[in-house]
Design a protein around this ligand. Structure first.
Ligand code: FFI
Ligand code: NDP
Length: 515
């Protein structure tokens, strides 16, 4: 019997960010391995015209939860959506709901965050720092609380090269930042943002670092742990390989490359691609929840959930395997044949952006316009290039994360738990994982049927033929223009023609002699 699964049985669990990528995988695993748990409270806001009940219903009816519904048929009764917006004071939670949450909760998993890299500082602080502070204040009023698990990121201290499982100070105290957001106007905040974030690349990593300090300060009297995952990718094994549901991290770029939009990206091929599967993160998170509640470590433990030092894979290996999978399982209706490369310098990146990204987009939009359709590819390309510029930092640097706490936790698990809550990334076969990842992007993000693969292959063949025809036509046009305007080109042309005709007559003469 799994000790961890048994621990979560009969517990009341509060999850923030349950509608997000990691939150869903976390809920799924909890219901699947501890179907006898008491209840999961999820803090949800209405969104995109859907009530919170509709949002939760949609999640429970998705493919991700198919196994759960077999194991825990009454899953609908065990999940309680609580209307909450983390941007509001007290999260806008009603008094009755708040009373219930405070009196019943045993474990809190805080996953909600803004993960956008370009969020204005005010918004990122509100969600990643102030909301964390408020949640801790709520947690401090929960008499039955056994553990509070905070999801941070391995990149919260990406301004350092070697990162230990400790909390690093920031130049300005989080409390001062929170206060200043209340009275500074947006223009001043925008002006001071670069100074505050310093050598971090964006407001996301900065505010996640501030969030960790808040957890340390406000949660001193609670059983707290912080999980720091690196780049969270599709699921490795559970509930099935390759599940993914948003465009974040590598996902959007895999689509862009598979559809032939992305042809070149500035990357350091030998830098570590520190991806970590979503189910690995969830297994570590659940194990940490159990350990924190049962073993009550004296200080807040931080767990690095990274792959680089235990089972490294570099961007080149990853990129080549992504391209190899496109050969086997191409995406449908590609814009061009998938053929991406890494560039090394800003100059070559600008060159390829102009030649391989912007020019084909403009040509295609002209074609759309001429055929009476709305041009859209240039806009899409501009968005892609903007996204790439935001992600480039992470594919051109390498970090070393120590994993002592994570390895210690692994050693504390029984063999059954090590199997059921496996977060030993050394067992990961990268080539297999990346292939499943790309197939998962095709199936679960693009919603493409595998039955369409032969047609997708045919489409790529047509694109190849169009590509050859286009190149030949372009060559002939340029050559014709050169001959018309330039004497040297004409001389070269006559030289080639006379050389070829001499060669042919010699060949004919020698074959006649042999006869
Ligand atoms: C040999 C060579 C081979 C080469 C082969 C090459 C192969 C490939 C190689 C792979 C290399 C990998 C490198 C990865 C590095 C990752 C590092 C991450 C590390 C940090 C990890 C963390 O610790 S943290 C979590 C990650 N955090 C993010 O990664 C957020 C980023 N991102 C944003 O910060 C914003 O995204 C940003 C960008 C501002 C744009 O912002 P933006 O405003 O331009 O665009 P949006 O994202 O808002 O969305 C645009 C439109 O997509 C719609 N859409 C959104 N989701 C949708 C959904 N699920 N389904 C349908 N549609 C959806 C949306 O509705 C919009 O549609 P519409 O305009 O029509 O409404
Ligand atoms: N994905 C990754 O690569 C990594 C993620 N992490 C961390 O893991 C955690 C989860 O990330 P992930 O699942 O990928 O993120 P998602 O963006 O998929 O999910 C974010 C969640 O936060 C919720 N949320 C955002 N704003 C509010 C709000 N105002 N009120 C209520 N809920 C809100 C979202 O709800 P809604 O659906 O309503 O928008 C959603 O459920 C985050 O803390 C992130 O920093 C760390 C490293 C890497």
């Amino acid at each position: 019997m799994s000790t961890i699964a048994a621990f979560y049985g009969s517990k009341s669990i509060l999850i923030t960010g349950a509608t997000g990528f990691l939150g869903k995988v976390l809920m799924e695993k909890l219901f699947r391995t501890s179907p006898d748990l008491k209840i999961i409270y999820v803090l949800v806001r209405p969104k995109a015209g859907q009530t919170l009940q509709q949002r939760v219903f949609q999640i429970l009816n998705s493919k991700l939860f198919e196994k759960v519904k077999e194991i825990c048929p009454n899953v609908h009764e065990k999940i309680r959506p609580v209307s909450a917006d983390l941007n509001q004071h007290d999260f806008g939670i009603s008094k009755e709901d708040m009373d219930e949450l405070l009196s019943s909760t045993n474990i809190v998993f805080h996953c909600a965050a803004t993960v956008r890299f370009d969020d204005p500082l005010r918004h990122a602080v509100q969600l990643n720092v102030t909301a964390t502070q408020q949640l801790l204040s709520m947690a401090s009023q929960m008499p039955k609380l056994e553990a509070f698990i905070h999801l941070s990121t391995a990149f919260s201290n990406c301004n350092l090269k070697h990162i230990d499982e400790v909390i690093y100070p920031c130049s300005v105290e989080p409390k001062k930042i929170i206060d200043s957001m209340e009275w500074l106007d947006d223009a001043i905040i925008d002006e001071i943002t670069p100074k505050l974030i310093g050598d971090r690349p964006n407001t996301y990593t900065y505010t996640k670092a501030l969030g960790e300090i808040v957890v340390q300060q406000e949660g001193a009297n609670m059983n707290i742990a912080i999980i720091r995952p690196s780049i969270v990718g599709a699921t490795w094994q559970e509930p099935f390989p390759g599940w993914v549901d948003n465009l974040n991290g590598p996902n959007g770029l895999i689509i862009a490359a598979g559809k032939g939009f992305l042809r070149a990206i500035k990357a350091t091929p030998m830098a570590i691609a520190d991806l970590i599967p979503a189910d690995t993160v969830v297994n570590l998170t659940l194990a940490a929840g159990w350990y924190t509640a049962v073993h009550r470590p004296k200080s807040t433990l931080i767990y690095h959930c990274t792959s680089g030092n235990l089972n490294p894979c570099n961007w080149l290996k990853m990129g080549l395997q992504v391209l190899a999978t496109f050969e086997k399982v191409p995406f449908e209706k590609a814009f061009r044949r998938p053929k991406a490369d890494f560039t090394a310098t800003s100059f070559t990146t600008h060159y390829w952006n102009a030649v391989s990204h912007r020019a084909p987009a403009i040509i295609y939009d002209v074609y759309l316009r001429l055929t009476g359709r709305k041009p859209r590819v240039t806009k899409l390309m501009n968005r892609l290039l903007r996204t790439i510029s935001m992600l480039e930092y992470f594919i051109n640097h390498s970090w070393e994360w120590s994993t002592h706490n994570t390895e210690m936790l692994m050693s504390m698990l029984s063999p059954e738990d090590q199997r059921m809550f496996n977060f030993d990334v050394r067992q990961l076969n990268w080539l297999e994982y990346i292939e499943n990842y790309v197939v998962g992007v095709k199936k679960y993000l693009l919603k493409e049927d595998m039955a369409g693969v032969p047609e997708a292959r045919q489409h790529l063949k047509r694109l190849r033929n169009i590509h050859y025809l286009f190149n030949i036509a372009l060559f002939l046009i340029i050559w014709r223009l050169l001959i018309a305007r330039w004497q040297t080109a004409r001389n070269v042309w006559f030289f080639i023609v006379s050389f070829c005709s001499k060669f042919l007559s010699y060949f004919r003469a020698s074959s006649t002699l042999k006869l």
